[in-house]
Design a protein around this ligand. Structure first.
Ligand code: ZN
Length: 561
């Protein structure tokens, strides 16, 4: 397997007849999946997702892939293929369409319906090309074939990409549930047929590559979910992803069987379930789903609420219920069912919500204490099956952190793929497929682009560092009125501090240090406001560090008198 290449530069032009693959996101992270394929002067994009921020990225809404490397070539983009409707695969689409709105979006019916609803909020009407498994569609030099895959959202597709450079198979997110609710299983026969034809490059979902064995079937959750509905003394409040149509189908089935009515809570839940129902992906018995107002009048043991917030997202319904910031008040005897995964990085937030809900008297059922969740991703056993069926020449693990990518690559090698044919790439790496061989040809920018309120790309790593520093160390503002003639303080400086432990006397010790610094500056003829501000900042910073081992942010303001 290839190792890291920290010194990589901008890749040279792609050799004639070659195929270049660049993941602008999704490698070394779980989220913002985006892969750009280049061939014969044209570009094909597979997925444009977002990544959700972690605790060390305060104030950030979502993180996008960096479009810098394709920005000058948007006219060469022939299509954006969307493998499925999860946010980490479609959430970034509006931001690229803002730059060129008429790039065709290619995807299944449900995927296109989800992205269309999202684009409406951005006031963009997309060009859509609906496809289904078995379809063959041509975009420029890329011949695409779509295959059914099973995942934690209905209507997911894998895509085979045929070019003069060879045949690529991209699984998207997938698993091999043999008994899914919709009976639509991953098309291993199609995978095998492509394997017979000869897959030159196989891009596979790495998320669960470290998990041994096989991912459980969605159907295996029935007993635990049934038990919740059978035994809950009062209301049942279910939280799940707003896209997990099959999980919510299970909830609806049990609610129906146990004589409860259901209301959807939260904008994305209401919107997505409406779409899924209209398109026939969600089967809702007549009269089961009712308005909140109707639900409120029913006895508690006939009530089921389905809401968002299973990841502890602070603005989602469940967190707000936990914080007593929602019209729905959790009371003694309520049962909360978290029918979802626990995405790494969200643990603290989720356990905080679980604790608060428990404190208000709810019984919380979650994957830690009941079998109420199965993953949407193939485990090691399934991946090995795929490698043995497809027999790819080259493999590029995608969708995962480093440990997942490496584990996936190791599985490929164990099934007989040559180690040189397994490429562990990072975001931005240009992986060239030329004459049937892969090699890393260079690197393009692929850093984080932060969406911060209405601004895209305005917030930088430096801003986040400032925010973390402010949170941990506080801030001191020093207002110094300096006599323009002498360069000395005209009066004692004013100190304003926030988040920095202080009293009236705290800053007395720093005044002589500022005076000393100003005297030295005057002596050396340094008098510009900016320079004096830097000197004051340094003097206060050194003092804070020496006296209390603190490093607050310091904002010096020098006013000429
Ligand atoms: Zn997914």
């Amino acid at each position: 397997m290839s190792r890291t290449h920290p010194e990589l530069r901008t890749p040279p032009a792609l050799p004639d007849g070659g195929l270049r693959v660049i993941a602008l996101g999704g490698l070394g992270e779980i989220g913002r999946n985006m892969t750009v394929f280049e061939h014969a002067g044209k570009l094909l994009i597979v997925d444009i997702g977002v990544l959700f921020p972690e605790e060390h990225q305060p104030g950030i809404d979502v993180i996008l892939p960096d479009f810098t490397s394709i920005r000058d070539r948007l006219d060469d983009v022939v299509a954006i293929v969307l493998t499925h409707g999860h946010e980490d695969h479609i959430g970034g689409v509006p931001y690229l369409l803002r730059e060129r709105a008429d790039i065709p979006l290619v995807g299944s019916r449900l995927t296109l319906a989800f992205i269309e609803a999202k684009l409406k909020e951005h006031r963009i009407t997309p060009v859509k090309v609906e496809v289904a498994e078995g379809d063959l569609v041509e975009f420029g030099p890329f011949d695409l074939e779509f295959l059914a895959v099973n995942h934690s959202i209905p209507d997911a597709l894998a895509v085979a990409i045929r070019t003069a450079a060879g045949l690529v198979l991209h699984t998207g997110d997938f698993k091999m549930d043999q008994f899914p609710l919709d009976r639509r299983i991953t098309d291993l026969r199609g995978f095998a047929r492509l394997g017979e034809e000869g897959v030159d490059l196989f891009l596979t979902d790495s998320t669960n590559a470290e998990v041994p064995g096989f991912t459980m079937s969605e159907g295996e959750l029935v007993p635990a979910i049934e038990k919740v509905f059978r035994t809950a003394p009062r209301r049942v409040i279910v939280s799940s992803f707003a896209s997990h149509v099959h999980r919510i189908q299970q909830v609806l089935d049990q609610a129906h069987a146990h004589g409860r009515k259901v209301a959807f809570v939260g904008r994305s839940m209401v919107r997505n379930m409406g779409i899924a129902r209209d398109l026939g992906y969600l089967d809702v018995p007549d009269g089961l789903v009712v308005d909140m107002k109707v639900l409120e009048k029913l006895p508690a043991d006939q009530v089921c609420l389905v809401c968002t917030g299973s990841q502890g997202e602070p603005m989602a319904a469940l967190s707000r219920m936990a914080n007593r910031d929602h019209v729905i008040r959790i009371t003694e005897g309520d049962t909360v069912l978290l029918a979802s995964s626990l995405i790494p990085g969200n643990e603290n937030a989720i356990y905080r919500v679980i604790n608060e809900l428990t404190r208000w008297g709810a019984t919380v059922v979650h994957k830690g204490n009941a079998k109420v969740h199965v993953s949407g991703h193939a485990s090691a056993g399934e991946l090995v099956y795929c490698y043995n069926i497809v027999k790819p020449r080259n493999v590029m693990p995608v969708h995962g952190e480093w440990r997942h990518l490496r584990a996936n690559g190791d599985l490929a090698i164990r099934t007989g793929v040559h180690p040189k044919g397994v490429v562990i790439a990072e975001d931005g790496f240009a992986v060239d497929l030329v004459a049937g061989r892969v090699r890393i040809a260079g690197k393009v920018p692929a850093g984080n682009v932060y969406v911060d309120g209405e601004t895209v790309g305005g917030a930088t790593e430096a801003h986040l560092k400032d925010r973390r520093n402010l949170a941990e160390e506080g801030v001191i503002t020093v207002v110094a009125i300096v006599d323009a003639d002498t360069g000395m303080l005209a009066e004692p400086p004013d100190f304003l501090a926030r988040g920095f432990a202080h009293d009236e006397k705290t800053f007395e010790a720093v005044v002589p240090l500022i005076e000393k610094a100003l005297a030295k500056a005057a002596e050396e003829g340094v008098g510009g406001a900016t320079q004096l501000e830097q000197l004051i900042s340094r003097a206060v910073g050194q003092w804070a560090h020496r006296s209390g081992r603190r490093s607050p942010m310091i904002i010096p303001i020098v006013i000429d008198a």
